[in-house]
Design a protein around this ligand. Sequence first.
Ligand code: ZN
Length: 179
Amino acid sequence: MEAFEDLIESNADYADGFAHGELSAPPRRNLAVVACMDARIDVYAVLGLEPGDAHVLRNAGARTTDDVVRSLIKSIHQLGVTRVAIVHHTDCGAAKIELDSLRERVTASTGHDPSDVDFHLIADEDQSIVDDVEALAASPYLPAGIAVAGFMYDVRTGRLDRRHATTVGSSTAAADLDR
Ligand code: ZN
C-alpha cells in the first residue's frame, strides 16, 4: 500500500458526508487547547468539543514552546480566544525519553546529532503542568484577563483533573496597577 492511501480513502468517505462547510474560523467557545501528541488522547471527545469550537495545538508533552506561544498570539489577538487549557497526561512519553539514547539513534541513522534541539522533556509530571501554565501566563504577548489552566488527563480512566489555574495579569500586574 502506498504510504498515505488509507488516509485518502477515508477522506473520500468523509467528504461525501461533509457538513461543516459553513463554520467560521474564530473558535466558537473562545478556547485554545494545548495537548500532547499522544495517540491515545482524543482531544475532541475528552473535552466535548465539536469542529469549530477550539484551536487544538499538539506537541510532545503539551509543553509551552515558542511555537505554541506563536500560535496563541494569533488565537488571542485575532481570533477571539480568551482561555487556554493545557492538557498533560499520565504515562507521557516526554517524561520517559532517555535523551542520550534518542540522540544516539538520531545520530546513527542520519549522521547528525540533534544537540541543538530542545526536546522539552518532562522531569516531574506534576511540576511540569505548573511550569507550562506559568510560562504561558508570563508571556509578555498575552493581555490581562486571559485564563490559563493546566490539567492532568489519565489515559487509563479517561478522567481529567484540573491542577493549576491562573489569569493573566491577576496578581502582580493587577497589584502594580493599584499603586
Ligand atoms: Zn505525552
